[in-house]
Ligand binder design. Structure first.
Ligand SMILES: Nc1ncnc2c1ncn2[C@@H]1O[C@H](COP(=O)(O)OP(=O)(O)OP(=O)(O)O)[C@@H](O)[C@H]1O
Ligand SMILES: [Mg+2]
Length: 221
């Protein structure tokens, strides 16, 4: 089993969105996945699940770090393939415990100046915990003529030392993402062939490449 923690100290960085769209793709690939919503204040992932017609992915909420440890242990015993953990913003005992439990930390970030400035604190905390991580640019303006938006180029320029940990793709900012989530669905479930769905699958494959499952590339592009 692999534990993937989605973490960013900055509020609104895209943690819940990335957790949801990845969890939906794990479920689509028939992998056994549990999405653990540790953000008691908002429970975005749980609210999403409660609007869903489909039973997968399983989404559970927890309210203590002890419960997180119990749940990850139970998932391991029950042959779950992936635990995805959505975390609250800010420094919190829950966020730290979720990073501690992780095999890989996924760090979503938007690209505005404030987001770029805040990113380092998350990266430092994850490094302190000695966890591998993947930075995922989200809500990025679209490419023009194949060229990345200036905001994303600034983000990449800010992180010359982290180039290998910064996903070379992007999740483009599109209203359809929020709309599908509001309906209890994921972009891949609304329009599998659409550009948003293709970006989500690219991210999923990048995540699969980062964990030793041998299942990477299960989707045709
Ligand atoms: N690729 C995207 N396209 C459009 N909107 C996006 C994208 N990524 C994130 N957003 C929007 O940004 C907002 C914040 O996203 P989200 O709730 O996933 O962040 P979060 O890090 O979980 O926030 P919090 O810190 O409050 O838990 C939401 O309105 C979401 O729809
Ligand atoms: Mg959230």
């Amino acid at each position: 089993m692999h534990v993937l923690t989605v973490a960013a100290h900055k509020g609104g960085a895209g943690k819940s969105t990335v957790s949801i769209l990845l969890a939906a793709l794990f479920a689509h690939a028939r992998l056994r996945v549990v999405l653990i919503d540790t953000d008691e204040g908002q429970n975005t992932a749980f609210a999403w699940a409660s609007r869903r017609a489909l039973a997968q992915p399983a989404v559970v909420t927890i309210d203590s770090t002890a419960r997180l440890t119990d749940l990850v242990g139970a998932a391991r015993r029950h042959g779950i393939d992936f635990c995805l953990i959505d975390t609250p913003a800010g420094y919190s005992a829950m966020g730290r415990a979720a990073v501690e439990a992780a095999d890989l930390v996924i760090i979503p970030t938007k690209c505005a100046a404030a987001d770029r400035w805040a990113l380092r604190t998350t990266v430092e905390a994850v490094r302190e915990a000695e966890k591998p991580f993947l930075i995922v640019p989200t809500d990025v303006p679209p490419r023009r003529l194949g060229r990345e938006a200036p905001e994303l180029r600034l983000l990449r320029a800010d992180l010359p030392d982290l180039a290998s940990a910064l996903w070379n793709g992007q999740l483009t900012g599109r209203r359809s993402i929020g709309q599908s989530i509001a309906e209890g669905r994921a972009p891949s479930e609304v329009d599998w062939r659409g550009v948003t769905s293709a970006e989500c699958r690219d991210l999923w494959r990048r995540v699969m490449d980062a964990v030793p499952t041998g299942r990477a590339g299960a989707y045709a592009s």
